[in-house]
Write a protein that binds this ligand. Structure first.
Ligand code: AMP
Length: 512
């Protein structure tokens, strides 16, 4: 078996690796480090969790250990699709360079230009950046890329998903033709293949896992769930999520919960908080300091549930995540592999549980086809409460505190389900967070639901539908249907009098 000491790394880098507690190189490291140290281009096909960051940082810093950067001319460039990933690479860089005198700058959105300009002006060995921010700096004349000796493209397939490929091509064009390129992608889509054929020169190709394969250490499961009624599905689905979490008990030390839409990320996080689960959202619309705070809390173990969108969580390295819950079936099958890859890292056990509603069944089939295995079915913890439940309201479609009047109920429901303001502290429990006694756990049907089931259900669903494109269409069409139904009945409000503006608008339409 290859040892780090066999890899010709700088002795100071080896010391840092030892201090980080790494014993042997991972396959991507053993495969990528030797050709990278020989100055060759590398094409690494590896997903996150394989140790690929060290796979490019270690040879890069060994190569850069000699020499110095000149003002505004970074000697190497690492491009990452998201701020979080860039920040993570920067952390890795700090760990591995602790005995070297190398400098870095992190160019990401949400951090002031001024601070980063100062660093770049001094000269940096490694520039870690998201493509858009890098180009912003370049266009402001603050950056010269003609001294870049090594360029890394990390998570290229996510760059493609996010529409960054034109930026990447442009950045390639701004760096010297003679640069060395280390290029990493979890999958090789045709567009990625094209880029690598254009910009890499005879690369050493290292593929450590079959395309889109999931780690064997992750136990997977899916609940095929159908709401008792279409308009109750969203709140019942949140209940299923809580029950799935509860079913894992203490085994679930922490979890990332994935939703497809940012609005659902907010709703699910708020709902979980309300039921006494320690959760915070992370997605691209939250400001950077809040995202950082949330991630730090999750990494440190002070936050148990991170509710995330794909983009925000992509490539996040939290070494021990016991569970991943897919609140939604991802619409791209590859995202399933990325999502569940947040758990079961570095050979640890992990569990990934997904909820699949009928409209997601096609996407679900795509996932099973991609991973070439059947995901075991988990019994629906709510049981079969569909139409056969004679229209009984499920236990907690409302997720609200008891209210005494209709208007109060409505306004509170809106407050609960609206997306939180970006500046609202993520971990703050909403005002309506129930004391445990009020939290309807499992079997205890909350009294308020029994008392006013229809009213509360409607209020909750209105909010859910507003945040969900297909459903909001549905909800507006059902609204117009009910308006039509009303036409034959009594008209209230106008009485016998027709306001003149109505007549006027009709007349104008017919005239034209
Ligand atoms: P990555 O795929 O780069 O996100 O790395 C996944 C995790 O593996 C990170 O927490 C690294 O610190 C860790 N790691 C990287 N290389 C090794 C190694 N050789 N031995 C043990 N852990 C490692």
């Amino acid at each position: 078996m290859t040892k780090f000491s066999d890899l010709n790394l700088n002795p100071k880098v080896l010391k840092a690796i030892e201090e980080a507690g790494y014993e042997t190189p991972t396959p991507i490291q053993a495969g990528a480090i030797p050709p990278a140290l020989d100055g060759r281009d590398v094409l690494g096909i590896a997903q996150t969790g394989t140790g690929k960051t060290a796979g490019f940082v270690l040879p890069m810093i060994t190569l850069l250990a000699r020499g110095r950067a000149r003002a505004r001319m970074p000697r190497s460039l690492v491009l990452c699709p998201t701020r979080e990933l860039a920040a993570q690479v920067a952390e890795n860089f700090d760990t591995y360079t602790k005995h070297l005198k190398l400098t870095k700058a992190l160019l990401i959105g949400g951090v002031s230009f001024k601070e980063q300009d100062t660093l770049i002006d001094k000269g940096v060995d490694v520039l870690i950046a998201t493509p858009g921010r890098l180009l912003d700096h370049f266009e402001r004349g603050k950056l010269i890329l003609s001294d870049v000796k090594v360029m890394v493209v990390d998570e290229a397939d996510r760059m493609l998903d996010m529409g960054f490929i034109p930026d990447i091509e442009r950045i390639f064009g701004l760096t010297p033709f003679t640069r060395q390129t280390l290029f990493f992608s979890a999958t090789m889509a045709p567009e990625i293949e094209r880029i690598t054929n254009t910009f890499l020169s005879n690369p050493a190709r290292i593929e450590v896992a079959r395309q889109a394969s999931a780690s064997e250490t992750i136990e997977q499961g899916v609940v095929m769930f159908k709401g008792s009624r279409k308009d109750r599905e969203a709140s019942e689905k949140r209940k299923v999520l809580r029950m799935l979490i509860d079913a894992e008990g203490d085994k679930c030390t922490n979890a990332i919960i994935f939703c497809n839409r940012k609005t659902d990320v907010d709703i699910v996080a708020k709902s979980l908080n309300k039921y006494g689960y320690d959760a915070a959202p992370i997605h691209g619309d939250l400001d950077q300091s809040q995202r950082t705070r949330t991630l730090d809390g999750f990494r440190a173990g002070t936050l148990r549930f991170l509710v995330a969108s794909d983009v925000a969580a992509r490539g996040l390295d939290v070494p021990s995540v016991s569970h991943v819950f897919n609140f939604d079936v991802p619409s791209h099958a590859e995202d399933y592999v990325h999502r569940i890859g947040r758990t079961g890292r570095a050979g640890r056990d992990g569990k990934a549980v997904m909820i699949c509603v009928p409209r997601d069944e096609k996407n679900f089939e795509d996932i099973e086809r991609l991973i070439q295995r059947e995901i075991p079915r988990i019994e629906n913890p709510l049981g079969h409460i569909g139409a056969e439940a004679q229209g009984d309201a499920p236990e907690d479609t409302t997720e609200k505190k008891p209210t005494s009047s209709r208007s109060r109920s409505r306004s509170r429901s809106r407050k609960t389900d609206d997306a939180p303001k970006a500046d609202a502290p993520a971990q703050t429990k909403p005002e309506a967070a129930p004391k445990q006694a009020e939290t309807p756990k499992r079997d205890a049907a909350p009294a308020e639901t029994r008392a006013e089931p229809q009213k509360d259900t409607r209020a909750d669903n209105r909010s859910d539908n507003r945040n969900d494109t297909p459903d909001s269409k549905r909800s507006s069409s059902s609204r117009s249907r009910s308006n039509r139904d009303d036409r034959g009945g009594r008209v209230t409000g106008l009485g016998d009098h027709t306001p003149t503006f109505i007549e006027k608008s009709f007349a104008e339409r017919y005239d034209s």
